[in-house]
Design a protein around this ligand. Structure first.
Ligand SMILES: C[S@@+](CC[C@H](N)C(=O)[O-])C[C@H]1O[C@@H](n2cnc3c(N)ncnc32)[C@H](O)[C@@H]1O
Length: 238
């Protein structure tokens, strides 16, 4: 995640609408937005009337988030799931594939256990993750043009180039480089790593953590997931 350009290259989409609609449907007040990043969705959750605790380990992302007008109730925190208060939330949400940043099975088990601990009885744990069977990376590597953005402080034009390394020990690895468009000067280069887990693996981990019901949607239409779905949206109930 590169906060300088993140919002500009991740525009609002059907997935974001889906998360807002799902929270509305389950009618929850207190929510935690875990891995909130720059607060791209967080401020919309607050605007929709949810009381939001928004947590991310990326300090710079939280700084970007804090300056956004929130129209509502947001408590911003730097940290991870260990910071979630116990028995405190009606829903915990992780949007834009945050679930894939947990690279080891231990880190994934820990975040699921923390979510369970932090939810009130009957609370909802909601997150999306890409289906490994859909092999999104095969599409990614065909796009060889850079994304474009602007440094909002200086007005300078920026290009974001992505270099795909592929799977390294079961973790999909790539690099994002932000350059000044005029001079080619590199201003940021960041390694990105994503873990792709199967529907069954995730389902089992939620059950092992004692979640009572697990619903899985495929893509963004509230339909049941099939093995062909590009993404799975998990909705587990404590
Ligand atoms: C793809 S971004 C998604 C940001 C935001 N949820 C959105 O919808 O725009 C992934 C986020 O996960 C955060 N992250 C990385 N490690 C994390 C951890 N251990 N716990 C929680 N969030 C983490 C990153 O800092 C980054 O902001």
């Amino acid at each position: 995640m590169i906060p300088l350009v993140y919002d500009q290259i991740n525009s609002w989409g059907k997935d974001d609408e889906f998360f807002l609609a799902l929270l509305k449907k389950i009618n929850v007040k207190s929510i935690a937005d875990l891995g909130c990043g720059t607060g791209r969705l967080t401020i919309h959750f607050a605007k929709a009337g949810h009381e939001v605790t928004a947590i991310d380990p990326n300090e710079e992302a939280i700084e970007y988030a804090k300056v956004k007008e929130s129209y509502g109730d947001v408590k911003w925190m730097i940290g991870d799931s260990t910071k979630l208060r116990t028995n405190a939330f009606e829903a915990i949400i992780m949007t834009a594939n945050v679930a894939q940043v947990f690279l080891t099975e231990e880190s994934w088990r820990n975040v699921v256990a923390d979510a369970y601990r932090a939810l009130k009885p009957g609370g909802h744990f909601i997150f999306d993750t890409r289906n490994p069977l859909a092999k999104a990376w095969e599409q990614w590597i065909t796009d060889t043009t850079p994304d474009v953005a602007k440094n909002l402080l200086t007005g300078e034009k920026l290009e974001i180039w992505t270099q795909y390394e592929g799977f390294v020990n079961d973790v999909y690895t790539f690099y994002e480089t932000v350059k000044k468009a005029d001079t080619g000067e590199v201003i940021i280069r960041e390694k990105m790593e994503l873990k792709f887990r199967t529907q069954e693996t995730i389902h089992d981990s939620l059950k092992q953590a004692s979640f009572s019901q697990v619903q899985v949607y495929g893509d963004w239409e509230f339909e049941q997931a099939t093995s062909k779905a590009k993404s799975f949206i998990f909705h587990a109930i404590k």
